[in-house]
Write a protein that binds this ligand. Structure first.
Ligand code: M6P
Ligand code: ZN
Length: 187
C-alpha cells in the first residue's frame, strides 16, 4: 500500500459551461494578462478564458485534468486563444476532449514544426510529448474542452511568450485561416 492512499472521487462536469462541481481550482486569464501574445495589443480588457482544474497531487503517478472555457472574440483579426505552453517536463503527453464550440488546436515542436487539428464536440485529440499546445476559438460560442495530462508535466510558458508559435489563426474575412506568424522568434 502507498503511504498516502487517495480516495476515489467523481467530479460533475457540465459539457456546455465547462463548470465543475464541487470545488474546482479556477484560474482566469484576461486579455490584460496576455500582453505580447497577439499580433496587435488588445484595445480593451476582457476575460479571455478560465481554467477549472480538478485538484490531485502533481506527481507522475497521477492524472491532472481541467476544463477550459475560451470565450469567442478577436484581437484585430486574430481569434481569442490560450497562452499555450510546452510542458516543463518535455515528454509529458496530454489529451484534449472537445465538449462544445469550435476551434483549432495549434501545436509546435521546438524545431519549429507546426501542426493544427480541428476541435469539434466529441473530438479527442492526442498531444504527444514535446509538442507545445494552444487552443483557438474560431466560433461564435465559448470553446469548452476537457484536458488530461500527467501530473508532473508542469508549464513552460516562457518559450512561447518569447518566440510565439510558428503559425497564428486569423479571420481572413471568410473564416479562420492558419497563416505563418510574422513575428515567430523575432520579437
Ligand atoms: C488546457 C490544459 C491546461 C492549460 C489550459 C490553458 O486545459 O492544457 O493545462 O492550463 O489548457 O492553457 P494555458 O495554460 O496554455 O493558458
Ligand atoms: Zn499542457
Amino acid at each position: 500500500m502507498p503511504e498516502e492512499l487517495l480516495q476515489p472521487f467523481t467530479v460533475q462536469l457540465d459539457f456546455t459551461s465547462g463548470l465543475l462541481a464541487p470545488d474546482p481550482v479556477v484560474l482566469d486569464r484576461r486579455l490584460s494578462d496576455m500582453q505580447g501574445y497577439f499580433l496587435e495589443e488588445p484595445a480593451a480588457d476582457a476575460l479571455a478564458y478560465s481554467v477549472h482544474e480538478i485538484h490531485v497531487p502533481k506527481t507522475s503517478n497521477n492524472l491532472l485534468s481541467s476544463t477550459t472555457v475560451l470565450a469567442p472574440g478577436k484581437v484585430g483579426n486574430e481569434f481569442f486563444m490560450t497562452k499555450g505552453h510546452f510542458h516543463a517536463v518535455r515528454d509529458r503527453a496530454e489529451i484534449y476532449l472537445t465538449l462544445s464550440g469550435q476551434g483549432l488546436l495549434v501545436m509546435a515542436t521546438e524545431d519549429g514544426t507546426a501542426k493544427t487539428l480541428d476541435m469539434t464536440p466529441g473530438g479527442a485529440s492526442y498531444v504527444p510529448g514535446h509538442w507545445a499546445h494552444r487552443s483557438v476559438n474560431t466560433g461564435d460560442e465559448p470553446l469548452v474542452f476537457y484536458a488530461v495530462y500527467i501530473g508532473d508535466a508542469g508549464y513552460d510558458y516562457a518559450t512561447i511568450a518569447d518566440e510565439g508559435f510558428p503559425v497564428v489563426v486569423v479571420d481572413n474575412g471568410q473564416g479562420p485561416e492558419v497563416v505563418e506568424n510574422p513575428r515567430y522568434r523575432r520579437s
